[in-house]
Design a protein around this ligand. Structure first.
Ligand code: F0G
Length: 470
């Protein structure tokens, strides 16, 4: 494999702290074995999320200096709106403080009790915002997505037959169809242009607006360029424009492919809907020319959206994620195949078959990776997505027990990734010594953020002779 060259050099650095295994054991104990509660200063490599954790470029920092902080009609908003319109092509661009604020405004404007919103897979905040209105959020991932180990170029596709059935079975009750690019809940897998076009036609033919959850639109465009016949010679920006031309609006978290640390936006071509959305925006976010953001944040996003579409950047981004995935797979670690754009997902149920799903194998693996080498990942399994009957306490497991290693943009180098590969390999070799967990305290909703766990097996106590002083 040719060497991956990071297409940047480093101008400003941030130290990361080495800890001993004893330090990490102490931090875990204090945090109730919940990695969300471990202080970031005690983490060596933080793969918790790719959201808002990227490094900005010199051009973005320079643009921030000209941030116009006028309450109304700021020049920074004009530059932001021009960039979004140029790439996305929608008539109305509504800035929000992050993606979920755009989702909340969209859902509050269009969804009502009895409505159904289909998506390939709703991200958890999208689902929660839709369901908060009394509507139902329906996941319709394609058939191929269910086989974690199978390699299919577009495992993020929406199931078109199921979409057609949903649209025809709920006449007048589907306020919009949504497709998430790339499909974060489904392993960071891309959606093909053909699938987007077909979903758009099915919806629009029935008078249903078609929306994109566009968080990782540039990564999706790169997958289309590499994998979909007819797109190999098209520029990423033109592929992005074609994707958005199929839609009537979108929600966006600029913390992903906006290459910014905060921000988001909501777009629509519908003048009437835009008016209602701006009214809500003023109530909860801010005036329509800043929407909960500083002028300098708008500047960073205006520059970042183009940087995400830089072919050199995307080549490096995908090569480094794939590099991690391929090395883990060749060490025998079961991962969701093929590697996604922003993250690698380990199949923890297969990696730790001795831990029953009721003892959260994903949580056990995430804790073991931290203990072994100071790496923070996130469980996306029954802790995060399992359902619990509040009356009986009975648990219904999630479809899969995954551990996500999300790669922040332009932050870690190849040697950081090599270190991650080594630590995961060592942990995998000692996997039989890893024990499960039980939850001793949890809130009614979104328990993964604050639940307190207790180790059931050997994880906390094992002397682990081969562990790292990371
Ligand atoms: N949609 C998708 C597909 C996402 O991945 C996220 C955030 C959001 C919407 C919400 O955006 O965080 O700006 O409010 N995903 C992060 C993650 C948190 O770690 O995957 P937000």
């Amino acid at each position: 494999m040719p060497t991956i060259i990071e297409p940047f050099r480093i101008k400003s650095v941030e130290p990361i702290r080495m800890t001993s295994r004893e330090d990490r054991e102490h931090c875990l104990h204090e945090a109730g074995y919940n990695l969300f509660k471990v202080p970031a200063a005690a983490i060596l490599i933080d793969l918790l999320t790719d959201s808002g954790t990227g490094a900005m470029s010199a051009a973005q920092w320079a643009a921030m200096m000209r941030g116009d902080e006028s309450y109304a009609g700021s020049d920074s908003f004009r530059r932001f709106e021009d960039a979004v319109r140029d790439i996305y092509g929608f008539r109305h661009v509504i800035p929000t403080h992050q993606g979920r604020a755009a989702e909340r405004i969209l859902a509050a404007t269009l969804c009502r009790p009895g409505h159904v919103v289909p998506n390939n897979t709703h991200f958890d905040t999208t689902r929660a915002n839709i369901e908060a209105t009394g509507a139902k959020a329906l996941d319709l991932p394609c058939e191929e997505s269910h086989d974690l180990g199978a390699s299919h170029p577009f495992k993020g596709n929406i199931d078109l037959e199921a979409l057609e059935r949903t649209l025809d079975g709920n006449p007048g009750a589907v306020p919009f169809t949504m497709v998430t690019i790339t499909n974060n809940g489904g392993g960071g897998q891309p959606v093909s242009m053909a699938n987007l076009r077909a979903a758009s036609v099915l919806s629009r033919d029935r008078g249903v607006p078609f929306y994109l959850d566009a968080c990782r639109f540039a990564e999706n465009a790169y997958f289309i360029q590499r994998r979909e016949p007819g797109y190999e010679d098209k520029a990423l920006i033109d592929i992005a424009r074609e994707m958005f031309s199929l839609a009537d609006g979108c929600t966006m978290s600029a913390k992903k492919d906006g290459m910014a640390n905060i921000g988001g936006f909501l777009c629509t071509n519908d003048d009437e809907v835009a008016l209602q959305e701006e009214e809500l925006l003023i109530l909860t976010e801010g005036f329509p020319t800043y929407g909960g953001l500083a002028g300098r944040d708008l500047e960073a996003i205006a520059v970042g959206l183009y940087e995400a579409l830089d072919p050199e950047y995307q080549r490096y981004r995908h090569a480094s994620t794939r590099y991690l995935g391929e090395h883990l797979a060749s060490a025998g670690v079961p991962i969701v195949q093929p590697p996604g754009g922003h993250a690698i997902y380990i199949d923890a149920a297969s990696a730790l078959p001795h831990i029953p799903r009721s003892q959260y194998p994903g949580q056990a693996l995430a804790v073991a990776l931290y203990l072994q080498g100071g790496i923070r990942s996130v469980e996306i399994g029954s802790v995060m997505l399992g359902r619990r009957d509040p009356e009986t306490g009975r648990e219904f497991p999630a479809e899969n027990e995954l551990v996500r290693l999300a790669i922040p943009r332009r932050v870690y180098t190849k040697s950081h990734i090599d270190y991650v590969i080594e630590v995961i390999g060592e942990t995998f070799e000692q996997r039989e010594s890893i024990g499960g967990f039980r939850i001793v305290k949890q809130p009614a909703a979104l328990r993964h953020f604050s639940a307190v766990f207790e180790p059931l097996g050997t994880t906390a106590k094992s002397p682990a002779p081969a562990s790292r002083s990371a």
